[in-house]
Write a protein that binds this ligand. Structure first.
Ligand SMILES: *[C@@H]1O[C@H](CO)[C@@H](O)[C@H](O)[C@H]1NC(C)=O
Ligand SMILES: *[C@@H]1O[C@H](CO)[C@@H](O)[C@H](O)[C@H]1NC(C)=O
Ligand SMILES: *[C@@H]1O[C@H](CO)[C@@H](O)[C@H](O)[C@H]1NC(C)=O
Ligand SMILES: *[C@@H]1O[C@H](CO)[C@@H](O)[C@H](O)[C@H]1NC(C)=O
Ligand SMILES: *[C@@H]1O[C@H](CO)[C@@H](O)[C@H](O)[C@H]1NC(C)=O
Ligand SMILES: *[C@@H]1O[C@H](CO)[C@@H](O)[C@H](O)[C@H]1NC(C)=O
Length: 653
C-alpha cells in the first residue's frame, strides 16, 4: 500500500514536472545574486566558440558546427556583417551562403546555443569592420556615432535584421541566448554615450525586454570607460598571455555582480601580408582556458574556426596593413575545418567541466592534389576595358574616389596623359599618400612601377607629352579597427608629375567579377600585340586555364589548395567564383583554400587569374598548382613586425 501510494505520488510529481516543463516559457537571464546566467531557472555557464558563417561555404556549416559540438561546446558565437547583407542601400541578400537564418537553425538542431553579435560594427578583420562602404557617400560622416545619417542607416538596417532574429531568441524557442550591442566600442575614439544609448533602445524595441544584451571590451579600465553603459551587461576579452585575475577585476569594476564573461578568448591571432604567420601553442591555450573555467567563468573562444576571407572581404589595420585571404587564425579547427592538436587539447580541458557528447568526432575532410594546370595569357586589363567597364568611363579634372564612382570593392582604372615630355626620369608622386591602396602604373602600355600606400609614394617615369598614363588602383580591403575606418579608396588625393598636378582623368569602374563569371574575357588578338615589357614587371593581365576531375578515383571531387609559385600578386576565380587575393611575393600565405563546392565533375573547371605585376613564366609555361596541403607561414620576418608585438589589442591601434 505504501509502495503504491509513493508510486502514485511519484507519478503525480512527474506529471506536474512535465506539465511545468511544457508550460514554463523558456528563459535566459542574468543572476546578479549568484554571479551567473540562468537558463530555464537553472545555473548556466557557456563554453563557446566563434564561427563566422560568412567565412565558410554553406555546404560546410553543418560539418564545422558538429565538430564544435563534439568538442564539448554548448554554444557558438557569430558576427553578422552588415555589408555582406546590404551591399547597396535597401538591397538585402539573405540567400545561399548569406542565409543566416538557416545557420541559426542548424546550430539549434545540432544542440548549440548562439551568442549573436549583429554589430552594426563588428571589426572581425572584415572589410570596414562590417560597415557598408556606401556609408562613405556622405564624405564627412562620423561612423559609430550619433551622426544623423549614420544613425538613420543603422535604424533601417536593424529594422530589417532584428525582427528577423527575434523568433530565434531563446525566449521564443530559438537558440540565441545573448545579443551583443556594437563591438569593443571603448576602443573607438568617439566615446559617444548617446549613440550607445540609442542602440540600446533600438535593440530593446525590436527584441523585447527579456533578452540579455551585452557589450564586449578590452580587459582594461581605459576600454570599459567608453564601452560599458547602463542597461548592457559588460563583458571583456583577452588572450592566453593575459593575467586572468587582473582581466576579470577589470570586468568586476564595470559589473560588480553577475557572471564572469570572456567574450573573446584568443586561440590564435590574425595575420597581415608581409608579416609572420601567427601561432599560439595549444598548451598555452589549454592552460589559460582551464584556469578561466576553474573560476566559473563563461568563455567564448575566438576563433574556434576562422575560415576564409573570400573575394574582397578581408579588412586591414593601421598603419595600413591588409589581412590575407586565409583567416585560419591558428584556431583549433583549421581554415578547412580540419582537426588539430589544439582541438583535442581544448576538448580534454572541457571534459573536466562538462560531459562531452559520445560518439566519434567527424574526421577532417580529405584533400586532393589535382596537380599543375597550364595557364594561357588572356587580355590585359587595358585591352579588356570595354568588357570590364560596362557603365563606361567617368571624366573629371581631378581624380575621384571609388565611392564617387559608385564602386565599393575591387579595381578601378585611372587614365590620363603626360602633360609634358619627361625625357629624364621624373617623379610621379602622391605627396599626400593618397594611393589607396596600390596602383599599377604604365605609360603607353609599358609597366612603369607600383605606388603603394605608406610604402612607395613616388616612382620615376619617362615618356613623351601626350603619352597615355594608366593606373590600375586596387582596394586591398578597408581598415576595420580604430579611427581610420573612413577608408576611402582609389586616388584620394592629387598626383603630381614633377611640379605639375595631373588633371584630365578618365576613370573606369571595373565589374571584373561579372566579366569573369560570364566567361567574357578572351585572348588579345595578335594584331594588338602589347608593347614589350621591362624584365621585372608587366601590365595587369588575365590568365585562364582549366582542369578535369580525374575519373575512376572514388570520392572525388574533394577540397584542394591552389598555389601560385611563379606569380606575384593578384586575384583568383574558380569557375567564376572569386576565391580571393594571392600574394606569394609577400606571404605569409602561399596557398588558397578551394572548397569542393566550387568544383564540377560535369565540365572542365575554369581557373581565371588576374596577375597585377606579371607572372615570371618565360620560357616555361605559366602554371598554377593544386596541392593537398596548405602553406600559411612562408614569411619568416619583416620590418613591420619589429614595431608590432603580437597577441594584444594595444598592438592594433
Ligand atoms: C546573394 O548571395 C548569394 C550567396 O553569396 C549569391 O549566390 C547570390 O547571387 C546573391 N544574390 C544576389 C541577388 O546578389
Ligand atoms: C595578476 O594580477 C593580479 C591582480 O592585479 C596581481 O595581484 C598579480 O600579481 C598578477 N600576477 C602576475 C603573475 O603578474
Ligand atoms: C628618380 O630619378 C632621380 C634622377 O635620376 C634619382 O635621383 C632618384 O633616386 C629616382 N627616384 C626613384 C624613386 O627611383
Ligand atoms: C586636387 O587639387 C585641386 C586644386 O588644388 C583641388 O581643388 C582638388 O580638391 C584636389 N583633389 C583631390 C582629390 O585632392
Ligand atoms: C568552363 O568554361 C567552359 C567554356 O566557357 C564552359 O563550357 C564550362 O561549363 C565551364 N566550366 C564550369 C564548371 O563552369
Ligand atoms: C610552417 O608550418 C609547418 C607545419 O606546421 C612547419 O613544419 C614549418 O616548419 C613552418 N615553417 C616556418 C617557416 O615556420
Amino acid at each position: 500500500m505504501r509502495l503504491i501510494l509513493s508510486l502514485l505520488r511519484l507519478s503525480f510529481l512527474l506529471t506536474v514536472l512535465s506539465v511545468q516543463r511544457l508550460w514554463a516559457a523558456p528563459s535566459f537571464s542574468l543572476d546578479y545574486n549568484a554571479d551567473c546566467f540562468r537558463k530555464d531557472g537553472q545555473r548556466f555557464r557557456f563554453i563557446s566558440g566563434s564561427i563566422h558563417y560568412s567565412r565558410i561555404p554553406r555546404v560546410y556549416w553543418k560539418d564545422r558546427l558538429v565538430k564544435m559540438y563534439m568538442a564539448g561546446l554548448n554554444a557558438i558565437q557569430t558576427y553578422i556583417p552588415w555589408n555582406y547583407h546590404e551591399e547597396s542601400p535597401g538591397m538585402y541578400n539573405f540567400s545561399g551562403d548569406r542565409d543566416v537564418e538557416y545557420f541559426l537553425k542548424l546550430a539549434q538542431d545540432i544542440g548549440l546555443l548562439v551568442i549573436l553579435r549583429p554589430g552594426p560594427y563588428i571589426c572581425a578583420e572584415w572589410e570596414m569592420g562590417g560597415l557598408p562602404a556606401w556609408l562613405l557617400s556622405k564624405k564627412d560622416i562620423v561612423l559609430r556615432s550619433s551622426d544623423p545619417d549614420y544613425v538613420a542607416a543603422v535604424d533601417t538596417w536593424m529594422g530589417k535584421l532584428l525582427p528577423m532574429m527575434k523568433p530565434y531568441l531563446y525566449q521564443n524557442g530559438g537558440p540565441i541566448i545573448t545579443v551583443q550591442v556594437e563591438n569593443e566600442y571603448g576602443s573607438y575614439f568617439a566615446c559617444d554615450y548617446n549613440y550607445m544609448r540609442h542602440l540600446t533602445k533600438l535593440f530593446r524595441s525590436h527584441l523585447g525586454e527579456d533578452v540579455v544584451l551585452f557589450t564586449t571590451d578590452g580587459a582594461g579600465l581605459n576600454y570599459l570607460k567608453c564601452g560599458a553603459i547602463q542597461g548592457l551587461y559588460a563583458s571583456v576579452d583577452f588572450g592566453p598571455g593575459s593575467n586572468i585575475t587582473a582581466a576579470f577585476e577589470a570586468q568586476r569594476h564595470a559589473e560588480p555582480h553577475g557572471p564572469l564573461v570572456n567574450s573573446e578568448f584568443y586561440t590564435g591571432w590574425l595575420d597581415h601580408w608581409g608579416s609572420r604567420h601567427s601561432v599560439v601553442s595549444p598548451d598555452l591555450v589549454a592552460k589559460s582556458l582551464n584556469q578561466q573555467l576553474a573560476m566559473g567563468a563563461n568563455v567564448n573562444m575566438y576563433m574556434f574556426i576562422g575560415g576564409t576571407n573570400f573575394g574582397y572581404w578581408n579588412g586591414a589595420n593601421s598603419p595600413y596593413s591588409a589581412q590575407p585571404t586565409s583567416y585560419d587564425y591558428d584556431a583549433p579547427l583549421t581554415e578547412a575545418g580540419d582537426l588539430t592538436e589544439k582541438y583535442f587539447a581544448i576538448r580534454e580541458v572541457i571534459r573536466m567541466y562538462r560531459r562531452i557528447p559520445e560518439g566519434p568526432v567527424p574526421p577532417s575532410t580529405p584533400k586532393y592534389a589535382y596537380g599543375a594546370v597550364t595557364m594561357k595569357k588572356l587580355q590585359t586589363v587595358a585591352d579588356a576595358l570595354e568588357i570590364l567597364s560596362f557603365s563606361g568611363p567617368v571624366k573629371s579634372t581631378y581624380p575621384q574616389t571609388f565611392i564617387d564612382l559608385n564602386q565599393a570593392y575591387g579595381y578601378v582604372l585611372y587614365r590620363t596623359t603626360l602633360p609634358v615630355t619627361c625625357s629624364e626620369p621624373t617623379p610621379l608622386s602622391s605627396p599626400l599618400n593618397g594611393v589607396h591602396d596600390r596602383a599599377y602604373v604604365s605609360v603607353d602600355g609599358v609597366a612603369a612601377g607600383i605606388l603603394e600606400r605608406n610604402k612607395v609614394i613616388s616612382i620615376n617615369v619617362t615618356g613623351k607629352a601626350g603619352s597615355q598614363l594608366d593606373m590600375l588602383v586596387e582596394n586591398m580591403g578597408r581598415i576595420n579597427y580604430g579611427k581610420g575606418i573612413n577608408d576611402f579608396k582609389g586616388l584620394v588625393s592629387n598626383l603630381t608629375l614633377g611640379k605639375d598636378t595631373l588633371t584630365g582623368w578618365t576613370m573606369y569602374g571595373l565589374s571584373i567579377d561579372d566579366a569573369v563569371s560570364q566567361g567574357r574575357l578572351g585572348e588579345t588578338p595578335s594584331a594588338w600585340a602589347n608593347p614589350p615589357q621591362p624584365a621585372s614587371l608587366s601590365t595587369p593581365a588575365f590568365y585562364g586555364g582549366s582542369f578535369i576531375i580525374p575519373d575512376g578515383i572514388p570520392d572525388l571531387p574533394q577540397d584542394t589548395y591552389i598555389k601560385l609559385p611563379n606569380w606575384r600578386k593578384g586575384q583568383i576565380w574558380i569557375n567564376g567564383v572569386n576565391l580571393g587575393r594571392y600574394w606569394p611575393a609577400r606571404g605569409p600565405q602561399m596557398t588558397l583554400f578551394v572548397p569542393v563546392n566550387l568544383l564540377s565533375t560535369a565540365a572542365p573547371n575554369n581557373v581565371t587569374v588576374l596577375e597585377l605585376e606579371g607572372a615570371s613564366c618565360n620560357p616555361q609555361p605559366c602554371t598554377v598548382e593544386f596541392s593537398a596541403t596548405p602553406i600559411l607561414n612562408a614569411t619568416v620576418q619583416s620590418e613591420d613586425e619589429q614595431h608590432r608585438r603580437l597577441f594584444a589589442k594595444e598592438d592594433l591601434l
